[in-house]
Design a protein around this ligand. Structure first.
Ligand SMILES: Cc1cc2nc3c(=O)[nH]c(=O)nc-3n(C[C@H](O)[C@H](O)[C@H](O)COP(=O)(O)O)c2cc1C
Length: 334
């Protein structure tokens, strides 16, 4: 069964990544049944309560029980600094079928931070508390309201107070990316403080996140945090075998089909990209759009994974060109 984090029942979560884990990517990533649920890219709340159409555009799964085509639930993530607008917007999302709300206190983007959103809130624990409390009381009790945060703005110490405040205000679980805002995405990752939060707030579920690129990383992260729940972002894209391997290690059997190990040959990637294409709505520029996304994905898999053919496709204009190049690269065809 697919599920949200609860104590005693591990969950593996697909990270929200704005501009990367959109609906077609969520569909492909959830296809092998490794993820317990996905989190949507952030939906920004600024100046006004968001209308339904904004949610439906960003999270088309809302039209189908807010689940990916294989039935994996999608949690709706909101980003903003105005507790009242966030609460009212959360209510709109829930009215459309959002099964859970997540609040983003981690985004490091300067534009977002300048407009009182994302990681800026880490400097104001009382505001985190107020936002969580307002959203929590706005939506029905059976809808979880969770928080995703970084360790702090420029040092790691605020995480204990921020997480405690979020917990006291009613957060259903807390996902922690083991970096400060100022660290951006630079190594090193600090998993240790996530473990301290877990101990302090037990039995509140804490989801550990950041720089899990391999099964070995996952095991080290588990040793350091002692967490039951994990979130994978870039690592899941760079290595399509990672999420199934971590799910198996967590003892997760979601009852969904697993397609066996993924071979890393160009043809195997092509099959994956074809799944992405199949999940992308038909429109005149679909081939160009998918080509752009496939290049984004391959570049990540080259940087952090085993892909060695990114240079061969990075200047190709459309999906057809990429497909025929990957076919030609396939060793069994040569
Ligand atoms: C391109 C990109 C976009 C992201 N967008 C979001 C977002 O919309 N919401 C959010 O909470 N985190 C966002 N993140 C952070 C990820 O969810 C995650 O916390 C981070 O990438 C660390 O996990 P990883 O090392 O497994 O990728 C984003 C990260 C990247 C790289």
């Amino acid at each position: 069964m697919l599920h949200f984090p609860t104590s005693g029942r591990p969950a593996l979560v697909l990270a929200p990544m704005e501009g990367v884990t959109d609906a077609p990517m969520r569909a492909v990533q959830s296809e092998r049944g490794a993820f317990s649920y996905c989190v949507s890219e952030f939906v920004r709340v600024t100046g006004t309560v968001l209308p339904a159409k904004v949610f439906l555009k960003s999270i088309p799964e809302l039209r189908s029980q807010c689940a990916t085509p294989n039935g994996t639930l999608v949690q709706v993530q909101l980003l903003g600094g105005d507790a009242g607008l966030l609460a009212d917007s959360a209510l709109v999302a829930v009215g459309l079928g959002a099964p859970a709300i997540d609040l983003n206190f981690g985004c490091p983007a300067p534009t977002v931070n300048r407009h009182d959103g994302g990681a800026t809130l880490l400097k104001y624990p009382h505001r985190i508390a107020e936002i969580v409390a307002r959203v929590r009381s706005a939506v029905p009790k059976h809808i979880p309201v969770s928080v995703k945060m970084r360790l702090g703005w420029d040092d790691t110490s605020p995480v204990l107070e921020n997480a405690s405040r979020a917990a006291a205000a009613g957060a259903s679980w807390i996902t922690i990316h083991g970096r400060t805002r100022n660290a951006g995405y630079q190594p090193p990752i600090f998993w240790g403080p996530i473990g301290e939060v877990r101990k302090l707030l037990w039995p509140l579920p804490i989801v550990a996140n950041g720089d899990i690129w391999s099964l070995e990383d996952f095991k080290r992260c588990r040793d350091l945090t002692g967490c039951e729940h994990y979130m994978l972002g870039r690592g899941a894209l760079a290595d399509p075998n990672l999420a199934p391997a971590v799910a198996a290690e967590l003892g997760l059997h979601h009852g969904l089909p697993s397609h066996g190990p993924f071979g890393a040959a160009p043809l195997d990637w092509l099959h994956l990209f074809e799944r992405f294409l199949a999940h992308t709505p038909d429109r005149p520029d679909r081939s160009l759009l998918v080509a752009r996304r496939v290049k984004q994905w391959s570049s990540l898999a080259e940087r952090f994974g085993e892909v060695r053919w990114f240079a061969e496709i990075k200047r190709l204009p459309d999906f057809e060109c990429i497909a025929s190049t990957l076919l030609a690269l396939n060793p069994t065809k040569q």
